[in-house]
Unconditional design. Structure first.
Length: 699
């Protein structure tokens, strides 16, 4: 290498070393200059040639945009210098030793020679460097494969060395759970991973899912690392040269391979869902007493279980907070909408009472009563007030009850033993639907908070016209029983009064317990004899079973359909065997044993009751459609009684009676033709009536 080579002081002065070709024959420079003149789109480099010696280095002038090289000699007289971009050449020193090369400082942009064309051509002809540059350019144009081959050869050499050195190691740039194991052997990688990851395996894992942040315990989820599979997943150095080159500049997180106990993991995922999942909460307003309280909207979210499970299994030992995916359910009410409803509706609504003016009396809806009946619903992005009419009415109806009149149903009365329709009376009641229509607007007002009650006629359930159409004109059946005790007679008389005049419309089912309601002292009933678990006893309302038996037989012979009844547990001689009934109810009036029958005829039936101190008669009026016959079979399967001690309180002694089985058959015929319509049989098993012995208190 020549000793006087000039090295660049900066990147912008980097030099190129080019071979110099001896000067062209005479005239060659001019011809060469003409060639360059023909290529307007190419940057031409003109190198002025000066003879060796003290004047070999040309004086230069330079500005910021271009670098101008002007020989010390002047341009030919009469020729204006031409402006061409030029390149700066640091001193050109040609000697016998370094004649073949020239040092070029790299320029940031191509320049042109600014001298006149003739002078430039003359200078070029006299400069060996120009001919050298052109020769090198032509030489390189013909040999691109040589340059490419040199580059590829260098890359192959580097690839071979890298392949030899790193074969079998973990790929360069690989991280596992954030731990860089790239380039390590598998054994080294496992040691490093165990050192870094094992402490994390017993630490709680923090996660965020939507707006929920919490932790879970890996041990409780049954999670542990599979070290071998994790290292296998990290892999070996790849053979691809492109992958190897890329690995110098990139990193790849491969994650870990996790073993999990299935049941524990599923339980852990279920526990996560309990923490994360929630239904959307729409913005709303609720009331605490008379105070409105805003409910902020909150969108719903649901854990995406499969994706969350994959995230946990791959990254639970990363030491980083995990982000678990959730599906969000949006809400339609914004906080602004809640605030609007608060200020414009809720607060004004309970700011003062609302007065309801009735006919002769007023009622007042207090703020607490308004709040109880006011709620909000989400509609089209806004909170819309909803009024619960039943709750609003409950706050004021008692004060206005005196302004209303209940309707009176038409009834059947019996004058001189004949039925007659007692006309119905329409009621006069508040139409709450119409009355409360303006309430929503009234509630927004700070004053003038008043309503006027609107009334309407309320027809009776059974109008006079309806009663006259029932066809109640003749007796269709009648039945009488007697022989009851005086205390039982009081109760029989009371229940007869309640049932007298009852109407059973076509298709209706009559219920004795339902018609009378509770039978207590408050309703006029007294304590009398009953059968308690197969033994005689006493209770308020005792003796009603005799009325039930009488009513059952009247319905039986009227052709009514049995809708449910129950016989006494043992036979009572004053009743027809196999054709009697008992009833029982709890003190609150709820039914235990009831008597029910259905009117299947096309006309109505009215029930008349006739009581005497010794008997009770039930007569049914209507239109006669059926003739009914009862056929009672013989008693069979007798069972003899046993002797038992009676209860300590209210004991009634009894001689007892045998039990037996009997069958009753009802035959129903058409009243006009006598044709049999149907027959029904019912078999009843009576228990023996044990002999009851009542012991004295001192026994």
């Amino acid at each position: 290498m020549p000793q006087d080579r000039q090295w660049p002081e900066s990147h912008s002065e980097q030099t190129d070393v080019l071979p110099v070709v001896p000067p062209h024959p005479e005239g060659g420079a001019e011809q060469h200059g003409n060639e360059h003149a023909q290529h307007g789109n190419e940057t031409t480099q003109h190198i002025p040639q000066t003879p060796p010696g003290p004047t070999a280095q040309s004086a230069t002038t330079q500005d910021q945009a271009t670098q101008h090289f002007t020989p010390q000699g002047q341009a030919p007289q009469g020729q204006a210098p031409q402006s061409h971009p030029t390149q700066n050449f640091s001193g050109q020193n040609f000697s016998a030793q370094d004649y073949p090369t020239q040092n070029f400082a790299a320029a940031d942009s191509p320049t042109r020679d600014l001298r006149p064309v003739g002078e430039a051509a003359q200078a070029t002809q006299a400069t060996p460097a120009a001919r050298a540059a052109q020769a090198l350019k032509e030489w390189l144009r013909g040999k691109p494969a040589l340059v490419t081959g040199a580059v590829l050869g260098a890359l192959v050499l580097i690839y071979g060395v890298d392949l030899l050195v790193t074969n079998g190691d973990v790929p360069r740039g690989v991280t596992v759970a954030g731990v860089d194991v790239g380039g390590l052997s598998h054994a080294e990688a496992e040691d490093l991973l165990r050192e870094q990851l094992e402490p994390r395996m017993n630490q709680p894992v923090t996660f965020v899912a939507g707006d929920v942040q919490d932790q879970f315990e890996p041990e409780q989820a049954g999670l542990r690392l599979d070290w071998k599979a994790t290292l296998d997943q990290a892999g070996d150095q790849p053979l691809s040269p492109f992958t190897r080159i890329a690995s110098f500049f990139t990193t790849t997180e491969v994650g870990v391979v996790t073993q999990a106990e299935p049941n524990q993991l599923e339980n852990a995922m279920a526990a996560l869902r309990n923490k994360i999942d929630r239904k959307p909460t729409e913005g709303n307003i609720v009331f605490e007493g008379a105070t409105p309280v805003p409910v902020e909207p909150k969108q719903g979210q649901e854990l995406e279980v499969e994706r969350a499970r994959a995230t946990i299994l791959a990254h639970w030992v990363s030491g980083q907070r995990l982000t678990l995916p959730v599906r969000s359910t949006p809400v339609t009410i914004t906080p602004e909408a809640v605030n609007t409803a608060m200020e414009q509706i809720a607060k004004p609504a309970v700011s003062a009472p609302v007065v309801v003016h009735g006919e002769g009396a007023d009622g007042s809806l207090e703020p607490e009563e308004i709040a109880a009946g006011l709620s909000f619903a989400a509609e089209n992005g806004a909170l819309v007030p909803k009024l619960d009419q039943k709750k609003i009415v409950a706050g004021v109806e008692e004060e206005l009850a005196s302004t209303e009149q209940e309707g009176k149903d038409a009834t059947i009365v019996f004058d001189g033993g004949q039925p007659r329709v007692e006309p119905s009376v329409d009621g006069n009641q508040i139409n709450w639907g119409e009355t409360l229509k303006p309430l929503a607007e009234v509630l927004k007002k700070p004053d003038g908070r008043e309503l006027t009650a609107l009334y309407e006629k309320k027809p009776a359930k059974m109008t006079t016209e309806d009663a006259n159409k029932l066809g109640i004109k003749e007796v269709v059946s009648e039945f009488t029983t007697g022989g009851f005790a005086a205390d039982s007679g009081v109760n029989i008389r009371r229940v007869a009064e309640q049932v007298n005049g009852a109407i059973v419309k076509p298709g209706e089912t009559f219920s004795l317990n339902g018609h009378t309601g509770p039978r207590t002292k408050a309703q006029g009933y007294v304590e009398a004899g009953i059968i308690d678990h197969g033994a005689p006893g006493k209770a308020v309302g005792g003796g009603i079973s005799q009325f039930a038996t009488t009513l059952y037989n009247a319905s039986y012979f009227a052709g009514m359909t049995d809708a449910g009844h129950k016989e006494h547990s043992y036979y009572i001689s004053r009743y027809p065997e196999g054709r009697e009934a008992t009833v029982f109810q709890n003190p609150d009036g709820s039914s235990v044993i009831d008597l029910r029958f259905t009117n299947d005829s096309p006309t109505g039936v009215a029930i008349q009751t006739i009581w005497t101190p010794s008997s009770i008669t039930v007569r049914m009026w209507g239109t006669k459609h059926y003739d009914v016959q009862s056929v009672t079979g013989d008693r069979t399967n007798f069972v003899q009684p046993q002797t038992t001690d009676g209860p300590k309180e209210n004991c009634v002694p009894s001689d007892g009676a045998p039990g037996f089985t009997v069958t009753d058959t009802r035959i129903i015929r058409d009243a006009s033709t006598g044709a049999e319509i149907r027959r029904e049989s019912r078999t009843v098993k009576y228990n023996p009536q044990n002999k009851i012995v009542c012991k004295k208190r001192d026994d």
